[in-house]
Structure formats: structure tokens, C-alpha cells
Design a protein around this ligand. Structure first.
Ligand code: SF4
Ligand code: SF4
Length: 486
């Protein structure tokens, strides 16, 4: 990490100049592998490593730089923006970063396409209202969408497609058709095109994976929920879950046969798909394996990490993302209420360290740099497209009466835009408490405008989460992004 310093270093570094410094509000200092300490500044986007025994000295310099005028570690601290002139307005710097970020994003058209709301699973913690009937995007809606993309593309320098659902692979023929046709459009307009896919992994065979890779999908994400028995109970096939509840209601009539069917899990199928991809697919991609952690998974975490290490640890295309299950108000909130972790941050922190000790490559979703934690819904030229081909700003409320509704495509693929909703959405301001949150340089207070502002939840669940920041910088250290000072 080697950025140009945004703050002038005090010249000369004499005691008087050093008394005019203050600590940045966005310093993250954390241990790494029991041997080193990471020193990072989220606003400056840079940092460095020191041997672990220098951690106390770093704190002392930050508390009183003038008393450490001849200390060699003073300079990297200044360069990382951990010590800044006392009149620096960090809020103004965040605002400038937001403007720069939004300007950069304007060049890209980002469409999150939901080819279907159907899902073949019924996960206990899922808050989505998935459909049981086939609602795959009809051919005429696909045509309108393609015409829209073709007409819009000359105004952009890149196209980003994110496949989302329901379970998008339930509508794989839609994905195939759109992928091929979008590729043709992008090739003819010489516009770079890249995709990502969030899937439950049950239908992600090597053949399909290779097709998606060929059509520019580079980022994949699936979830494994720890040991097989728990995963299979938490993430059953929809058909199995229905059968299980019927069997519970009327065990004598439905009997053992149905219960056996109910126990058909998804773990083996997902794992086999991942193994096949790992073993058989050459080429570059990033595959995030997400582990949802609850009180139930907690006792098996070491076992899971050992297992993951033996399966995927040598393939750095695979990255483990560890996440405490977040509380949601969805349909199955009651079933989950006893299962949320008591001290989520402590559990996730210790898992991160245990994974790093095993040399497992970790991922800290979307917290690599400024803006990465800001919801894409708040960015310009970024839309969700539902399986009817309608445009929304957020997938949490795809209701045409809601401020998230943006418009319909005409037969010719022109967007009949709801300008008033778009204006309302684009002018959503962060909640006031964000100014006290260490993550503000990463999300600009806009991590989730829907829940944090429109719905007005009590407080963003990531409020001042040093854990999220610490774990992000640990992944930078894993990737060798820091210089080491001694
Ligand atoms: S606003 Fe919130 S709920 Fe809507 S897409 Fe963004 S993160 Fe998701
Ligand atoms: S409270 Fe949430 S939205 Fe606000 S700055 Fe922190 S992470 Fe971002």
C-alpha cells in the first residue's frame, strides 16, 4: 500500500510542529498472527506492519507525538494519516471521498438482475419472500432489457451485471440467453463487461460454472453453514422442509418415508459442486464461501475451519467469509430468535484469527476501500431489475407504490422513469449517528439507506464496528499489502 500523502507532513519534524498533531478518528490497530501489529487508517486507505512488541510504542506515539520526535515509527504513522494536523476536518475529507467515489462510479452501468424469485431451498434465516411457482423472466421482458442495455451502453465505459434471486440458477436458461446476448452487445460496442453471482450452489455444476466464467462472471458466492448436520437442517430443500412440517403435524399418516425425504440435505450437493470446480476448472475467478455463524454453529467452528482448510485451503481463488447471522424481521424471525450469537464480534474476531493461523484466505466483503461498504442502490446508474423487467433502487421492497420503484421498460426498451422516486432516493441522507462511526469512510453513512433511513431502524447493525474494520485490514495483511517497519 503506497498512496500519496493527502496531508502535508509537518516540516521540520520539530517538537513544536508535533504538538500541532492529533490522532485520526479512523485508525485501526490490531494484532496479526501473534507476531505483528497492523496499523491502518481507513480514511487514508493505507497502513503498515510492525512487530507485535511495538504495539505499545505505537499507542504512545499516537498519544504524544512530541515526546517521540526521534522515534523512527513517527514517520510511517504520519504517512499513513494516523497522525494529522490538528485543524484537519476529517468529515470534509470523507465528503470529498464520497464525491470522488460517486464520480468514478458514474461511468459504469450496474444492473442486479433477478431472473426469478423462485428458490429451491427454505433456509431458516432467510427473510426473502421467495416464490414457489415458476416466475422466470419472460422472453419479452428479456428482449426489452436487452434493448435497454444496447441503447444505454454508449454512455458508459463498463457494464456490471450481478445475478441475484431468489435462486438465480432456477432460471438458468434466462441467464444463458441474457449472458450470450449481452456479450454480443458489449463486444459490438467494445465495452468491458463483468459479472458476479450469488447462488446457493446446489445447481452450480462445473459445466454451468464454465459457461458463466466464459461470459465474464468472475465473482461467485455460496454459503456453507458449518457441519453437515446443521447445514442440512438450516438449509433444507424446500420440498424437504414442507414434507418435514407435514410429517410433524401428522406423523402417523405420513410416516417414516416422508421423514426420510425431509432429511434430504443440500450440503453434499453444494460441497461436491465446489470440489469439482476447485479440481477441474482452470482460470481466474474469486469464489467466496460464506459461513453464517449462529449459537448452534459456534461449537463446531474449529472443526469446520480444519475441514475447509483441507478442502480449499491451497486454492487461493477460494476465500472464506465469516458472518454472524444478522437479525431480520422476516417470516422466520421467531425460529431464529434464540440462535443469534450473544457476542457476535468476539466470535467472528476469534474465527478470523483461527482461520489466519491455518493460512485460510479470508474475505471481508466490500470493505476494501472508500465507498465499498456503501449500498450500490445509492449509486447512480445502478438498478435492480426484477423478473418482470421492472426497475427498482433496492430489492427489499419491490412494490410499485414504494419509493424504491423506478420504472418500467417500454416495448422498445426505454425506461419510463419515476423521476420523483429517483430524486427522493438519491437525496437520502445518512442518519446523524454515522458521524460517530469508524466505518464512515467506507460507506459514507449509506450502508443500507432502506433499513437505516427509510425504515428508520434503531441503529445500523454495523455502527462503529471496529471488528469489521479489524478483520478487513487482516485480509490486507494476508495478501501482503503492507510494508513492515521495525
Ligand atoms: S438499501 Fe439496504 S436493503 Fe436495499 S439493497 Fe441496499 S443494503 Fe439491501
Ligand atoms: S452506522 Fe452504518 S451506515 Fe452509518 S457509518 Fe456506520 S456502517 Fe455506515
Amino acid at each position: 500500500m503506497n498512496h500519496t500523502a493527502p496531508f502535508p507532513l509537518p516540516e521540520p519534524l520539530n517538537t513544536a510542529a508535533l504538538t500541532q498533531l492529533k490522532k485520526s478518528r479512523y485508525n485501526i490497530i490490531t494484532g496479526f498472527k501473534s507476531t505483528h501489529t497492523i496499523v491502518h487508517n481507513l480514511l487514508r486507505e493505507t497502513g503498515f506492519l510492525v512487530p507485535q512488541d511495538k504495539a505499545a510504542l505505537i499507542d504512545a506515539i499516537l498519544d504524544d507525538p512530541a515526546a517521540h520526535a526521534h522515534e523512527p515509527l513517527l514517520e510511517p504513522l504520519l504517512r499513513a494519516g494516523c497522525l494529522i494536523p490538528s485543524d484537519t476536518d476529517e468529515s470534509a475529507l470523507i465528503t470529498q471521498k464520497k464525491i470522488d467515489f460517486e464520480t468514478r462510479q458514474e461511468d459504469t452501468l450496474t444492473l442486479t438482475i433477478i431472473p426469478t424469485y423462485q428458490c429451491n431451498l427454505k433456509c431458516v434465516y432467510c427473510w426473502e419472500d421467495t416464490k414457489d411457482s415458476n416466475d422466470a423472466m419472460p422472453a419479452e421482458a428479456q428482449e426489452r432489457l436487452l434493448q435497454y442495455i444496447e441503447a444505454q451502453l454508449p454512455s458508459f465505459s463498463a457494464l456490471n451485471i450481478e445475478w441475484f434471486g431468489g435462486e438465480p440458477m432456477m432460471a438458468y436458461p434466462v441467464m444463458q440467453n441474457l449472458s450470450r446476448r449481452i456479450d454480443e452487445i458489449c463486444k459490438s460496442q467494445k465495452t468491458p463487461y463483468f459479472c458476479s453471482l450469488t447462488t446457493n450452489g446446489t445447481m452450480l455444476t462445473v459445466e454451468r460454472f464454465e459457461f458463466l466464467l466464459k461470459y465474464h462472471t468472475r465473482f461467485f458466492q455460496v454459503t456453507l453453514d458449518g457441519p453437515q448436520a446443521l447445514h442440512d437442517r438450516n438449509r433444507p430443500l424446500k420440498s424437504g422442509r414442507r414434507a418435514e412440517s407435514l410429517a410433524r403435524e401428522n406423523p402417523e399418516a405420513l410416516g417414516k418415508e416422508l421423514l426420510q425425504f425431509a432429511k434430504r440435505g443440500t450440503y453434499d450437493r453444494i460441497l461436491q459442486n465446489l470440489r469439482d470446480i476447485c479440481d477441474q476448472v482452470r482460470g481466474r475467478f474469486e469464489f467466496i464461501v460464506r459461513l453464517n455463524v449462529t449459537k448452534e454453529t459456534q461449537p463446531y467452528l474449529d472443526e469446520f475451519l480444519d475441514f475447509y482448510r483441507s478442502e480449499f485451503g491451497d486454492d487461493w481463488r477460494f476465500q472464506l467469509y465469516i458472518q454472524g447471522v444478522e437479525e431480520h424481521d422476516g417470516k422466520r424471525a421467531d425460529e431464529m430468535s434464540e440462535k443469534y450469537l450473544d457476542k457476535t464480534e468476539d466470535v467472528v474476531d476469534s474465527m478470523f484469527d483461527a482461520a489466519i493461523d491455518r493460512d485460510i484466505r479470508l474475505n471481508s466483503l466490500r470493505v476494501d476501500g472508500p465507498g465499498d461498504l456503501m449500498c450500490k442502490s445509492r449509486q447512480k446508474n445502478t438498478y435492480f431489475v426484477n423478473s418482470d423487467g421492472r426497475f427498482y433502487k433496492c430489492d427489499m421492497c419491490m412494490n410499485d407504490k414504494h419509493v424504491t420503484f423506478l420504472g418500467d421498460l417500454t416495448q422498445e426498451g426505454a425506461l419510463v422513469e419515476n423521476a420523483s422516486n429517483l430524486q427522493d432516493w438519491n437525496t437520502i441522507e445518512p442518519p446523524g449517528y454515522c458521524k460517530d462511526c469508524v466505518l464512515q469512510p467506507l460507506c459514507f453513512g449509506l450502508k443500507c439507506p432502506y433499513y437505516n433511513t427509510i425504515e428508520g431502524k434503531t441503529r445500523c447493525e454495523l455502527f462503529n464496528s471496529h471488528s469489521a474494520a479489524r478483520n478487513a485490514v487482516k485480509t490486507f495483511a494476508q495478501e501482503g499489502k503492507y510494508e513492515i517497519y521495525s
